[in-house]
Write a protein of this length. Structure first.
Length: 142
């Protein structure tokens, strides 16, 4: 006879950390990705008016949002953010309803389930990115 256990929810593995964002960005390789990381930080800082927080070892996040999936799983995640990964830059929280046309005008980008990947910032329109961040930040706030 099988024992019945209460349904367990997997806990999110990525949490805010105390690592200073500037320290993380200063160590990003290659140098071009590091430069893009500091440009993104300045842009997200200016648009959100918030101080960023490191989430896990490589994601820079702004604000928090509570989520609940249809499965009942819930948790907290940053509202908008980025990660200057070696292969490409990941942009988070920008794929919100109503942003489809802006995303299409962003430039050379690939869409993931929860992020937008871009190569170097020189391949996208930073004005469009700024508008995407502003709209997404406003949607997350209310």
């Amino acid at each position: 006879m099988r024992k019945k256990y209460p349904e367990r929810m997997a806990e999110a593995k990525t949490h805010p950390t105390d690592v200073p964002v500037a320290e993380f960005l200063a160590a990003v390789e290659p140098a071009g990705r590091r430069e893009d990381g500091f440009i993104l930080k300045e842009l997200f800082d200016r648009v959100t008016g918030e101080e960023p927080v490191m989430w896990g070892p490589s994601m820079v996040g702004y604000g928090t949002e509570h989520y609940t999936y249809t499965t009942g799983r819930e948790g907290d995640w940053f509202a908008v953010g980025f990660s200057p990964r070696k292969a490409s830059i990941s942009l988070y929280g920008l794929q919100r309803p109503g942003n489809e046309q802006l995303i299409a005008g962003l430039g050379k980008a690939k869409l993931g389930v929860a992020c937008i990947w871009v190569g170097r910032l020189g391949t996208i329109d930073l004005g469009v990115l700024e508008e995407l961040i502003a709209r997404s930040w406003a949607a997350a706030r209310g």
